[in-house]
Design a protein around this ligand. Structure first.
Ligand code: PEP
Ligand code: CO
Length: 447
């Protein structure tokens, strides 16, 4: 069947906003399709090659960032701290796994959210659900909740601003990364593994200094990081406007992000989201969770990964600590039976969301860790390689997930809860999580 950037329009598409003024939408999409792209095809191909290596067990993928970025938080300090935590985690993971880590941010375009309910009711009044800053506004008024096509342009611009700043920080050699003495480690003393974590950080610092001396390089060059972006390919008209051909290469690329992924609610064979991803040349990821049957995964491998192109497909499983032992093994069997290669990655966040007695959405550090530990075991037993992790995190000192070395409790959640959507690990919890994964990697060859 012929694919085109618009062929998804003939298929059932869920999770799409309904705009009241189609002419205004068409004008915005026209503008979007003429603006310069955010990323290039050679960066996309470089990422694909790295993912192919990860699928073979030679690299490890770290994907992380906000559940949903907000336009308001497109500001210097937030971006710096997000980059800082991801880069620091990647050094910790490299130290533990002895593998190069691919860094992929859930940012510079993570502005659209799938919602279980199309509407939200508060005190008797019903309005469209908030679908992310790309679509509408979070405040609960009819005006704010009406999908506004101009927000697609504002989102594209903010994605560009974010990416521009990230690239400059990385090119400039970002001192908070190369000098472990600048890391924020006050939490470590509260951890039962305090002494061991101190040694890890000292050892990373020594390794960096040793490499600088050996190679005679400036600190910034030694750990100069490739950095890639990803977002959920949810809003298909927006994604279509970014889908382009480039000189000297065949095929079509989504040039608004390096690695688009499909969420659990839209990874449905034969439907619009899958049809869209089918034809683009980017490496893509699919969330694999309790809503997907083994038959559906098999159909998705046919549709999205027909030629078994190296690096093309990442499967991000997200079953929750209570569901992974039952849910994941049949999915591993499907991929094994297909004879195709995919990179397995664990998202230990989305299957572990719960609501406190007072109605706050949260996740427990111990459940997140428990799912990860089981994921490593299940893949080891199956003879497959868990080659990546996917986190919702922020570099800020928020209180959205409980647990971790400081023992945050439900009572702490009200102190600094800022997420509009899902609860994120804060700086300390994220770094501790990386330490615990790296620690396990010291014990096994597959981390
Ligand atoms: C997400 O990654 O924010 C998300 C909604 O995940 P999932 O599709 O796995 O539920
Ligand atoms: Co989320």
């Amino acid at each position: 069947m012929e694919w085109s950037a618009s062929s998804w329009q003939a298929r059932p598409a869920t999770q799409q906003p309904v705009y009241s003024d189609p002419a205004a939408v068409a004008r915005v999409l026209g503008q979007l399709s003429r603006l310069p792209p955010l990323v290039t095809s050679w960066e996309i191909e470089a990422l694909k090659a790295q993912i192919a290596e990860a699928a073979e067990g030679k690299r490890f993928l770290l994907q992380g960032g906000d559940c949903a970025e907000s336009f308001e938080e497109c500001e210097s300090a937030t971006i710096v701290s997000k980059l800082k935590i991801l880069l620091q985690m990647s050094l910790v993971l490299m130290h533990g796994t002895h593998k190069r880590v691919i860094r992929v941010g859930r940012f510079a375009g993570q502005y659209a959210k799938p919602r279980t309910e199309d509407h939200e009711t508060r005190e008797g009044s019903t309005l469209p659900a908030y679908r992310g800053d790309l679509v509408n506004r979070a405040a609960f008024t009819a005006e704010d909740r009406a999908p506004d096509p101009q927000l697609m342009l504002r989102g594209y611009e903010r994605a560009a601003l974010t990416l521009n700043f990230i690239r400059s920080l990385i090119d400039g050699g970002f001192a908070d990364l190369h000098h472990t003495e600048y890391w924020d480690l006050a939490w470590v003393e509260h951890s039962p593994q305090a002494a061991e974590f101190q040694r890890t950080v000292e050892s990373i610092g020594q390794s960096l200094r040793f490499m600088q001396t050996m190679a005679g390089m400036a600190p910034g060059q030694v750990s100069r990081a490739d950095f890639f972006t990803s977002h959920e390919a949810l809003h298909l008209a927006y994604e279509q406007a970014q889908t382009r051909q480039v000189p000297h290469r065949s095929g079509w690329y989504n040039l608004a992000t390096h690695m688009p992924w499909l969420g659990m609610r839209t990874a449905v064979p034969g439907q619009a989201h899958v049809e869209y991803l089918r034809g683009i040349a980017n490496p893509i990821a699919i969330k694999v969770g309790p809503r997907m049957t083994p038959e559906a995964l098999s159909a998705l491998l046919d549709e999205l990964h027909p030629s078994d192109e190296p690096g093309r497909l990442t499967l991000i499983h997200r079953y929750g600590a209570r569901g992974i032992a039952r849910g994941l093994p049949p999915m591993i069997d499907v991929v094994k039976r297909s004879g195709k290669q995919a990179l397995w990655c664990c998202d230990p966040m989305h299957g572990n969301t719960e609501t406190t007695a007072s109605g706050v959405k949260t996740r427990k550090f111990e459940h997140i860790l428990a799912e990860l530990q089981q994921a490593f075991e299940i893949h080891r037993a199956a003879g497959t390689y868990l080659g990546g992790v996917h986190f919702e995190l922020t570099g800020e000192n928020v209180t959205e997930c409980t647990g971790g070395a400081r023992g945050l409790s439900d009572a702490d959640l009200s102190r600094a809860y800022r997420s509009q959507v899902d609860p994120r690990l804060n700086y300390e919890q994220a770094l501790e999580m990386a330490m615990l994964i790296a620690r396990r990697a010291g014990e096994h060859s597959n981390p």
